[in-house]
Design a protein around this ligand. Structure first.
Ligand code: SF4
Ligand code: SF4
Length: 317
């Protein structure tokens, strides 16, 4: 992943007054202080092998299919004029390359409701304007404000839709609602410079690597953190405990060096997501890494916790 390669998408997004979202958690205890309303924006440029929401990476999510809810009624086969759904040897096969996202199969499916993500069939990407999204989440934001929480923009990579993100953050700032943004740190520094005045807390992904086959991003992350440090905001680094990636000595020492440079002494260690492969099966996206064994996960988590404990960091999950 080249940092500059995201510029094209950023330019394109300037002409879009809307926002693409693949999920909303109206009230969540995760992703920032207090109770949060978390808006998950569609699209990501990081391409991490261990991503547990692979359907969030492209600009539009593919059709999701939960086979456990399918009653094999064949109604979707008749409803889809593109020939996406087929039954071969009694197995429901889906050719997503032909899907035009019309939603007809979802309307006809007895186990699906449009806009409900746990349905047998779903199209997660919702298109909205900031106005309509604001109207939808504002009552929840009032509750989060009362609780000492606020809004979190997550993803995907929220800042790949900078105009929409800035407008949401600006409205929250005006309403006195705490703002948090989760980021990989892998966008151009100018984006962070523009958004930082509107952000109280950064949930910072510490993606010094995005995968075994990718170049290291230490220098870029350092530039971004230098920019964020100029503003009145807190930085909560998040380190995903991924076996074979974040438990490597050179990666751990790179992160340590960054944290020490910016005098950060509290970090969030994200445990390995045991359901990481579910959305690959549901979306038809091939896995990019092998599912680690329970022993590999335990060894990795133990090593990372010991490492940061040794250097006297306050650790949070
Ligand atoms: S969304 Fe439309 S094109 Fe895609 S599978 Fe369903 S009916 Fe076919
Ligand atoms: S319409 Fe729904 S329940 Fe029926 S076969 Fe298609 S996905 Fe399965």
């Amino acid at each position: 992943m080249k940092i500059n390669s995201v510029c094209l998408e950023l330019e394109e997004s300037k002409s879009s007054p809307g926002i693409r979202v693949f999920d909303i958690a109206e009230l969540s205890r995760y992703d920032g202080p207090g109770i949060r309303t978390v808006v998950y924006l569609q699209g990501c440029n990081a391409g991490c092998e261990w991503c547990h929401s692979p359907h969030s990476q492209s600009s539009v999510s593919p059709l999701m299919f939960l086979s456990s809810l399918c009653t094999a009624c064949h109604r979707c086969v008749d409803a889809c004029k593109q020939g996406v759904h087929k039954f071969i040897n009694m197995k429901h096969c889906i050719d997503r390359s032909k899907c035009i996202q019309c939603g007809n199969c979802i309307k006809e499916c007895p186990a699906s409701v449009s806009g409900v993500s746990g349905s047998a069939l779903s199209l997660p990407t919702a298109y909205a304007t900031v106005d309509s999204l604001w109207e939808q989440i504002y009552p929840y934001l009032l509750l989060t404000k009362k609780s000492g929480g606020g809004i979190t923009l997550s993803g995907g990579e929220a800042l790949l839709q900078p105009q929409a993100s800035i407008e949401l953050l600006r409205r929250c700032r005006e309403a006195g609602i705490h703002t948090s943004v989760e980021t990989s740190g892998l966008l151009p520094v100018t984006i962070y410079r523009n958004v930082a005045p509107l952000v109280d807390t950064w949930m910072f992904g510490m993606r010094v690597i995005t995968g075994k086959n990718h170049p290291r991003h230490d220098d870029h992350i350092r530039q971004v953190m230098t920019e964020l440090a100029k503003h009145k905001c807190s930085i909560l680094p998040r380190i995903p405990m991924v076996p074979g990636f974040y438990d490597c000595d050179d990666v751990l020492h790179s992160i340590l060096s960054l944290l020490q440079q910016y005098h950060i002494d509290s970090i969030y260690l994200n445990p390995w997501n045991r359901n990481f492969d579910v959305n690959y099966y549901n979306s038809g996206i091939p896995l990019k890494m092998a599912v680690p064994s329970a022993r590999e996960v335990a060894t990795c988590e133990s090593k990372i916790v010991s490492f940061f404990t040794h250097f006297k960091f306050d650790l949070y999950e």
